[in-house]
Design a protein around this ligand. Sequence first.
Ligand code: ATP
Ligand code: MG
Length: 406
Amino acid sequence: MNNEIVMTDDFNWHSFQGVQKRLFHVAIKQGYQDIKLDFSNVKRAFPNGFVPLIVLSEQLRKQGIEIETVLPDDDACRHNIIESNYAAYLSPQSGHPLSSKPNALHQFSDDSSLNDLINSQVHQILERATYAEGVLQSFEWALNEIAGNVLVHAGVEHGWMQIVVHPATHHMAIAVADGGVGIPETIRKAFPEIQSDEDAIAHALKEGITSRPDFGQGKGLTGTLQIVKINAGGRLSIHSQKGRVEWLNDRLEIKGDFPPFPGTFVDIQLNTAESIEIEKALWGNFPGHPFNESLYGKDTPAGLMRMALASEATGFGNRLTGLKIRNKIENLLISAPNDILEIDFSGVELIASSFADEVFGKLALTLGFVGFGSKIRLIHINKFCRSIIDDVVQSRIVQSRVSNGH
Ligand SMILES: Nc1ncnc2c1ncn2[C@@H]1O[C@H](COP(=O)(O)OP(=O)(O)OP(=O)(O)O)[C@@H](O)[C@H]1O
Ligand SMILES: [Mg+2]
């Protein structure tokens, strides 16, 4: 059928552009009002393919064009597409429910929904892996800036964001998109001499360049580029209308692009194992607060972080939950090396030894007896939980002495 577009293998930015050309042909030239996107032979789904496609499909829907999707035959890929919310957002009529999983694609429409979303993202990534120094602060800073730009510059009702972490490959992908006016348009209003769309994006990336001097300082995009530049293996790519600017392999590529992307798509890739000297990226400034304050430290005295264990999980019985919580604790300690972490056991009556070992036993192993005692404070803890923890910590310390030949 003529209104069918068939995709194969990897669905990424490149494939999106091919589909965009076909959609233009089928919808605009041939005038079809219902179009079928056939993903049955697709094996892998990437945010930089699906996120822009969803932005485009929303615009087509506003013009009365409906998109039907045929999901992949491959089980893993089909689940990924459903759980990432791609299926629900691409074809709302298909009845796929929206997932609230943090690593799915989400919409934000105002500053409070954006703050909530960013906080849930920070929680998600804190427990997924451990990160080199500065990576989490950089992540939170850049995500706030790029998503905040959608609210102030794009002129749309909502933007989109998806954060995916791959612990095994030390890789984090941050995708932010909107179907708004685009960077070239806002920049050209303030700098009419700039002609091509790609030059407008490159201009927006320069320090101090803003189209709204009454409002902003032109720091968001340039700071994000600096972060990516000093993160070995970091990448940034911005597509907006007919322009594409990418930081890739240590150089900035400025290119025209066709078909134009109807809005702005920012794709940031960080290497989570490589530290980021955030002060160096952000003009000697450390962000107003380290990321963990927004989650754990609002009312705590300086030098102290607080984690309420009861709100971190619904049960404390297994190693998988333990691993997530230990990742969080290690990330908190890395981000504020001089602070003490107070873990509040209020409401936690019982913990399993496997859980306790995964969190406290292994922490004692990496921090050492003195480090553990001086950096971590357990409060409101009952006798039972304390004896379980004492026991696993002691076994780990003995184990480390044996393996060190003491
Ligand atoms: N999503 C977007 N849609 C349209 N234009 C954008 C978008 N994001 C950025 N821009 C354009 O790029 C310019 C530079 O963005 P940048 O974030 O660096 O600075 P700013 O937002 O103006 O100021 P600050 O970030 O310091 O508050 C903006 O002034 C705007 O013209
Ligand atoms: Mg900005």
